[in-house]
Design a protein around this ligand. Structure first.
Ligand code: T1G
Length: 713
């Protein structure tokens, strides 16, 4: 026992409690404390059985990822070796019962699987999410899990990294009993039952009955690898974990464990692991705002209201209903409201048909969404989100109306993606209560929430928006009120550069394929077609005033707009689309591009995929450096979180700013200088990028130095 682990004896049952907030991670000292407690309980004659549980909100959420991060970067001892402890538990002469509530994840589930029995609260979850960190289970999980649930389920759990719920875990044989009500005293009762029943108690490592046959396993492994290549494109760990699971069904337990350890080492040394661990902590760090602490007074959002039931308004309403928050949704006319709610219902029916949740759940969520044509009830809500057409005058009119109706402590938010928050706030009597909550389409799916602070926005309101993001299970990132905020501001030069590459000889499909091969969820032209080229054209008109004479502008988009090629909504845009909405090259567009370039005197040439990536990604990094320099993002990690959660940037590359560090800022700066010489002022290197490159620093080291300063202040 030690500061992390307590032992109490309850009438012959030793109850061992891990207490290492916030998630009982198996950091240094925890395995040692458990080992000492098990030893003590085994020696203690009156003790007939042992129950292991976690204090607070969860069982054990894994190894301490901070220590894994150190190990990956060759700093410090890294995560403790659990093998000795796991054997000690499994070989214990008294039944060891794992009592699981909250989550048993990674090393936490591996610890649980070394126990003889596992009982759980009905809403408990269990999983091996290690692949999401670029590694594989490293505490014999790949050897024990298939022995408990079979190879097929183990493959699904380890490759997806998604947790399963208690009922499924019981069905698969991972859990032995679900305990309603007081799960801990239920576990103690269960332990007594097992002691009374007597041993030998099942040791997972000896359970081979579910390990299948060579033929069936070969098929499962082949299908698993195919699935991993498809669903986790370019990622190393999902394929590596299958190698370890293969060892479990082909090698004796100890040899399988040795194989697992080799594979873990390889993964941990990879750039992907460093990037994914960075992404994990960057998303959590985004919630830390200087001047806002756990003691900052804030506003609880229990009831909300949305104005506008279009694509965004409807999606936002679903996000609230999915989080169990009642929401009013208002639109100007019945037809628009009916269309909006029909889309909401259709989205839910699609999820029910795909088995994501039951019809009953759908009905519960629909019942939380209240469509209406008036502002009735708006005076009682805690938050109003305006999601009307992207027009400043219209938004100011709406804000004037809700400013008159809403209670004083109601937060007034706008879902604008491009307009100035301060101008919108200026039209109200409470600019300190106005904030930008920029959702991404589809709002009930996309995880990113850009929280835009205006010049007057109060800290309490920012704190409330961050708490709301957590409630909605979104990645909330606080950004400054500049043109396009963070995400779209970096997207504009990215889209522009991509269009220039077309004029110089690349095709839309070549550019998109290079970006998809790089790991982007979608190519930039497919993204444009999905969002609608009419929207892109409108944004372009909105910002035409910023275009300088003599500075190059893209030439083709306007033509496509005039031709009515507005993307998927018109069946064709940069690409044309087959019946499955799959983009296919369009020779008409390629010919149009060639003609426009010729007319503009732009010579065509062969463009390499490397150049496509350099010009599309480096221009974003450069803009990101400007955003950091101007203070419109607090950390480079925030920018990474924006791009990972909202723009389909590959997580295994850590985000654009982390990727810059992986490539090397010096190399990127020199390439940008090249492009500056070739293409002029649009490639002016950002001063911060220049400085960090010359200092040999990275954006991550800049964040780390800021973190130190913040901690000091
Ligand atoms: N290690 C260290 N810190 C952790 C942690 C962990 N495993 N999990 C969470 N935290 C911190 C997090 O940084 C945050 O800190 C706080 O806890 C709350 O987290 C041997 C090698 C458990 C579902 O991948 O998925 O085991 O910002 O904001 O939304 O094979 O945290 O407040 O300072 O996310 O309620 C495998 C990771 C590790 C699970 C809770 N385990 N954690 O979600 O809270 S690898 C995981 C989560 C491993 C073995 C291998 C979630 C959660 P701060 P939070 P939440």
């Amino acid at each position: 026992m030690n500061e992390f682990v307590r032992l109490t004896i309850n009438d012959g049952v030793a109850v061992i409690t891990i207490d290492n907030p916030p998630v009982n991670a198996l950091g240094a000292g925890v395995p040692e404390g458990i080992a000492a407690a098990i030893d003590r309980a085994e020696q203690d004659r009156p003790v007939s059985s042992i129950v292991l549980n976690g204090a607070g909100r969860t069982f054990v959420a894994g190894a301490d990822i901070k220590q894994l991060e150190d190990q990956a970067h060759g700093r410090g001892p890294g995560a403790p070796n659990l093998h000795g402890l796991l054997k000690q538990i499994e070989d214990c002469s008294k039944p060891v019962v794992m009592a699981i509530h909250g989550t048993a994840l990674g090393g936490g589930l591996e610890l649980a699987m070394a126990g003889h029995y596992r009982v759980a609260a009905p809403d408990a979850q269990a999983g091996q999410p290690e692949v999401n960190l670029g590694i594989i289970p490293g505490a014999e999980g790949t050897q024990r899990l298939p022995r408990l649930v079979g190879l097929a389920a183990a493959l699904e759990m380890c490759v997806s990294g998604k947790p399963i719920r208690a009922p499924e875990a019981l069905r698969l044989g991972l859990f032995d009993r679900i305990i309603d009500g007081d799960w801990l005293s239920g576990a103690v009762t269960f332990a007594r039952e097992m002691a009374a029943r007597g041993g030998p108690h099942p040791r997972t490592r000896g359970r081979n009955e579910k390990l299948g046959t060579t033929e069936s396993n070969a098929e499962l492994l082949a299908h698993g690898r195919e699935q991993a290549r498809k669903t986790r494109r370019n990622m190393l760990a999902p394929l590596a974990v299958i190698d370890a699971l293969e060892a479990a069904v082909t090698l004796p337990f100890e040899e399988g464990c040795r194989r697992e350890r080799e594979i873990v080492e390889t993964c941990l040394a990879s750039g992907q692991a460093k990037a994914l661990i960075h992404a994990f902590f960057a998303e959590r760090a985004a919630a830390r705002i200087p001047g806002i602490s756990k003691d900052t007074r804030t506003y609880n959002i229990r009831r909300a209201a949305i104005i506008g039931s279009g694509t965004m308004g409807g999606g936002i309403a679903m996000a609230f209903a999915n989080a169990g928050i009642a929401v009013l949704i208002k639109d100007a006319d019945q037809a628009a409201l009916d269309r909006g709610l029909a889309t909401v219902r259709n989205n839910y029916e699609t999820s029910v048909n795909k088995g994501r949740f039951s019809k009953e759940t759908m009905d519960q969520r629909m019942a939380l969404i209240h469509p209406q044509l008036t502002y009735d009830g708006f005076e009682n809500v805690d938050l109003i989100i305006e999601a009307v057409f992207e027009n400043l005058a219209l938004k100011k009119q709406v804000f004037a109306e809700i400013d008159r109706i809403a209670k004083r402590e109601c937060i007034l938010a706008t879902n604008t993606s491009t307009l100035d928050i301060d101008q919108i706030a200026a039209g109200t009597s409470r600019p300190q209560m106005v904030i930008g909550t920029h959702f991404f389409s589809p709002a009930h799916v996309m995880r990113l929430l850009e929280i835009v602070r205006g010049a007057a926005t109060a800290s309490e309101v920012i704190a409330a928006a961050l708490a709301l993001a957590k409630q909605l299970r979104k990645a909330g990132v606080v950004v400054g009120n500049c043109r396009g905020f963070v995400g779209n501001r970096m997207m504009l030069p990215y889209m522009r550069e991509a269009q220039f590459l077309l004029e110089e000889g690349a095709t839309p499909m070549q550019v998109d394929q290079a970006l998809v091969d790089f790991g982007m969820a979608m190519g930039i032209f497919a993204v444009g077609d999905m969002g609608g080229l009419d929207l892109a054209w409108r944004v372009r008109q909105e910002y035409k005033y910023l275009e300088k004479p003599g500075v190059r502008v893209p030439l083709v988009l306007e033509k496509l707009f005039e031709m009515g090629r507005w993307g998927q909504k018109t069946g064709a845009g940069w690409h044309r689309y087959d019946e499955d909405r799959k983009p296919i090259p369009d020779s008409k567009v390629e010919a149009l591009i060639e003609a426009v370039a010729k007319q503009a005197g732009i010579p065509g040439r062969t463009i390499s995929d490397d150049e496509i990536i350099e010009r599309c990604i480096y221009i974003m990094i450069n803009e990101g450096a400007r955003i950091l320099d101007e203070g419109h993002a607090l950390r480079a990690g925030d920018i990474d979180t924006v791009y990972l959660a909202g723009y389909g940037f590959p997580a295994y590359r850590g985000g654009p700013m982390w990727y810059a560090g992986a490539v090397g800022l010096k190399k990127i700066y020199e390439k940008i200088m090249d492009f500056h010489r070739q293409h002029g002022e649009l490639w002016e290197p950002a001063p911060l990028l220049k400085r960090l490159a010359e200092e040999g620093n990275t954006f991550a080291s800049l964040d780390a130095s800021k973190e130190v300063l913040a901690v000091r202040s």
